[in-house]
Design a protein around this ligand. Structure first.
Ligand code: CP
Length: 316
């Protein structure tokens, strides 16, 4: 369990304390990853099924590595090579995999709400690895972990989230988690990519990049989620890059020197971020990827009911 939760589906439902429970445990998990032998027996005898209906590099790999470092068995399932191609439904797929007695189902799906639907039909723990434009809770948690590591705290800090806010599940999870941890969040992007009423989540809305990023402690750059967009919402990527992309000149003129730059990946280089900025000294993008393993270890440990007798080995 994470606080009151058997599942990890939406940070909107998590309290500040429940978010901190994961982040604090992830500190110990990260220490395990620095050891020469990256293996602890905390989830020995447990199993995790990765059920991915959409492509992934970072999330699927890091959930698999996280499970294996904790000594759980991990099975990777992809829809393209499954009986979904023969017409099997999401619920039937999940119930059949659950019949094989995994402890955790990690699910990514293009439909918002799919992990919740699965959770209502299976007995094991369910973790969302991103559902439609709804939420990507483990990304929100690893972004907060990275900011705590780099800034010390989120309390009183200001974070700008820039890009296609409407279609970004990362933006939603980041807003929920960061505001609960005491950060001020500014949202910036084209008006056609800004959801109506998003201020109700506790963020401010900006349409000029300079206004959004000047003076902030961190910037989260997002890619345009072309796979979730029907008709074009912007004239073209060149215009987008000019107005909302971050290059070395804008970073040097508008960002504080200590401001850190995040991106959940995959990056569209030359669109939302120039290569010099993506690979530059203010970028913490690969730290995010590394921290993703530690945060996902913490999530799996808490939800799979890690053996308390073995927890000390992760913390030792
Ligand atoms: N950040 C993220 O979700 O990346 P992947 O799509 O590669 O998993």
């Amino acid at each position: 369990m994470i606080g009151r939760h058997k599942h990890c589906i939406a940070l909107a439902d998590y309290s500040r304390e429940e978010i901190l429970e994961v982040l604090d445990l992830a500190v110990s998990m990260k220490e395990v990853l620095q050891r020469p032998i990256k293996k602890v027996p905390s989830l020995r005898g447990k199993s995790v099924v990765n059920l991915f209906f959409e492509a992934s590099t970072r999330t699927r790999s890091s959930f698999e590595i996280a499970a294996k470092v904790l000594s759980a068995d991990a099975l990777n399932w992809t829809s393209a090579s499954s009986s979904v191609t023969k017409g099997e439904t999401l619920i039937d797929t999940a119930r059949n995999l659950e019949a094989m007695r995994p402890d955790v189902l990690v699910i990514r799906h293009s439909a918002g709400g799919a992990p919740q639907l699965v959770a209502e039909h299976v007995g094991c723990a369910v973790v969302s690895a991103g559902d439609g434009a709804h939420e990507h809770p483990s990304q929100g948690l690893l972004d907060c972990f990275t900011l705590r590591e780099k800034l010390g705290t989120l309390e009183g800090k200001t974070v700008a989230i820039v890009g296609d806010i409407s279609h970004s599940r990362v933006a939603r999870s980041d807003i929920h988690a960061m505001t609960k941890l005491g950060a001020r969040v500014r949202l910036c992007g084209p008006p056609t990519m800004m959801p109506a009423g998003v201020e109700a989540l506790g963020a401010t809305v900006h349409y000029q990049l300079r206004e959004a990023v000047e003076g902030v402690d961190a910037v989260v750059m997002l890619r345009i989620q072309h796979e979730r967009i029907g008709d074009p919402l912007i004239p073209g990527t060149r215009e987008y890059s000019k107005l909302w992309g971050l290059n070395a000149k804008k970073a040097a003129e508008w960002l504080r020197p200590q401001c850190v730059i995040l991106h959940p990946g995959p990056i569209n280089r030359g669109v939302e971020l120039s290569p010099e900025v993506a690979d530059g000294p203010q970028s913490v993008i690969l730290d995010q990827v590394q921290n993703g393993v530690a945060v996902r270890m913490a999530i799996l440990y808490l939800l799979a009911g890690g053996n308390p007798a073995d927890a000390g080995e992760a913390k030792a």
